[in-house]
Write a protein of this length. Structure first.
Length: 414
């Protein structure tokens, strides 16, 4: 449990948490993901590309993010988090800048691909590793606070992009977004990303860290249950969120109003992240995850044809709770079920499932729109995926006990 005495751990590490929050919010995963929705219709209008083709760009950013995640995990262990993060922040900006000059889909995709490759060191693998290694008694709360950066981006970025598009067009909107990592993230990460322990730029398998090896994790059914649940959850949340603005605009809602509804997702992501982080320090995390995943299943059913502002706000708020919690839950559950001895590598492999969902869902949901003429089928698929993801979580069982060094994952559960 998180007690009053433990709060000093959070207080002492607040600069590190701010650096991680900004870093993950302006990462190669978050920026393209939250930008593509409000950019879809302006690009479609100017260049005539199909929505599915535009949203396919996320496959090149998040998809390559999935492929690079294991390499990123190895680099963190080998060189340390700061050495990996700083050049990657610049890489995010360069990739997005290239995408802004696109006159063909090939160049557009290349920009998003370079964002993923050059910015691989900004993805949650790094920030989660830093926080999990720097906080122990308040790990869940720390992860929730650190990863709140993506919630702030979800809240603010859609409206910023819509405003920039109205002022100067979609190309300048992307260039404005491309400036954010260099102007905001780079100085804060340079000054404050100083892990408090267990980040030595060498092998992660230190003598004072215990947990499963990579091969033990891959042989453990819980790794695959966790990965499948996260994959389905992120297929649902990614497909819904990236298509939310165009879906609402199709119903006659103005672009700014649609962006405001999408921003409601970000509003509830913030308390969702923080609250879930504090709760999992006290309550069995799979039970929390099940509850969190069932709520957006209801939201998806409401979004199928809702136009009433109150229903739309409620639906977006419920979506935000899931989007605000899943990344935190993956990081927390990986540490709880597999330990810290090889955390970066194991988390990177599980994160690959999340990134795969994030990569493929926007295209699939847009493709369903192009096929059926509306987003009703997409929202039904989203509800199903959320429900199945929720049902998988209790199968993880009790937490393993890593008190004895070298204790494998299947032993001494509690």
């Amino acid at each position: 449990m998180t007690g009053a005495g433990d709060m000093g751990e959070l207080r002492d590490g607040w600069r590190l948490l701010v650096a991680c929050a900004v870093g993950v919010g302006l990462s190669a995963i978050a920026l393209p993901f939250y930008a593509i929705g409000p950019l879809t219709r302006p690009i479609e209008a100017e260049l005539g590309w199909a929505r599915a083709d535009i949203q396919l760009a996320i496959l090149f950013s998040s998809g390559l993010g999935a492929l690079t995640a294991p390499v990123t995990g190895w680099m963190i262990d080998r060189f340390g988090s700061r050495t990996v993060a700083l050049p990657a922040i610049v890489g995010v900006s360069l990739g997005l800048l290239i995408a802004s000059f696109a006159t063909s889909l090939a160049v557009f995709y290349a920009g998003f691909a370079l964002t993923a490759i050059l910015g691989a060191g900004t993805n949650p693998v790094l920030w989660s590793r830093v926080v999990s290694g720097s906080f122990e008694k308040t790990r869940g709360a720390a992860l929730g606070l650190a990863l709140v950066g993506t919630a702030l981006v979800a809240l603010l970025l859609p409206s910023l992009i819509v405003w920039l598009v109205e002022q100067a067009g979609w190309r300048m909107a992307i260039r404005g977004v491309a400036l954010l990592p260099i102007v905001v993230s780079l100085p804060l990460v340079y000054l404050w990303l100083r892990p408090r322990r267990r980040d030595h730029g060498a092998s992660e398998a230190r003598g004072d860290l215990v947990g499963a090896t990579v091969s033990e994790a891959l042989r453990d059914y819980r790794f695959w249950v966790l990965s499948l649940s996260i994959l389905l959850g992120y297929l649902a949340i990614s497909g819904t969120m990236t298509n939310l603005v165009p879906a609402l605009v199709d119903r006659g809602i103005g672009a700014q109003a649609a962006a405001a509804f999408a921003g409601a997702v970000g509003i509830t992501m913030i308390p969702g992240r923080v609250l879930v982080g504090f709760v999992v320090d006290r309550v069995w995390a799979p039970a929390v995850a099940t509850t969190v995943l069932l709520l957006p299943a209801i939201a998806s059913l409401l979004l199928r044809d809702a136009t009433d502002p109150a229903l739309l706000l409620l639906s977006c708020a419920l979506l935000g709770l899931a989007a605000g919690a899943e990344l935190d839950l993956l990081a927390f559950l990986t540490a709880r079920y597999f330990g810290l001895a090889h955390y970066s590598k194991i988390y990177a492999l599980a994160y690959a499932a999340l990134a795969t969902g994030s990569a493929t869902a926007p295209f699939l949901f847009a493709w369903l729109h192009d096929l059926t003429g509306n987003y009703a089928a997409s929202f039904m698929v989203s509800a199903l995926f959320f429900a199945v993801a929720a049902g998988l979580m209790p199968l993880l069982g009790r937490y393993p006990n890593f008190a004895a060094k070298g204790c494998p994952t299947g032993m001494e559960s509690r």
